[in-house]
Write a protein that binds this ligand. Sequence first.
Ligand SMILES: [Zn+2]
Length: 85
Amino acid sequence: MASNNNKHFIVKYLECKHNYVARSNGYELDGCGEFCPTSAPETLESFICVACRCHRNFHRKVEVEVEDGVESPILSINHPSYGQM
Ligand SMILES: [Zn+2]
């Protein structure tokens, strides 16, 4: 693979997959759409999402290609097309 530009991958953590009703055959998520760290990196708290209070491991991990510090659109996210109501 040629590396003649500044593309590289960063890891992002998207929607929370924590199932709150796993014991009752159901499936209910908290609706958290993206992991938001609570505090500065390198602390235990930074692995807890500020929105849903779940550990980062519950969030879907994706690799995002970035070029020159600009994030590419994430194509793998399933979301309705906003602005087309
Ligand atoms: Zn969350």
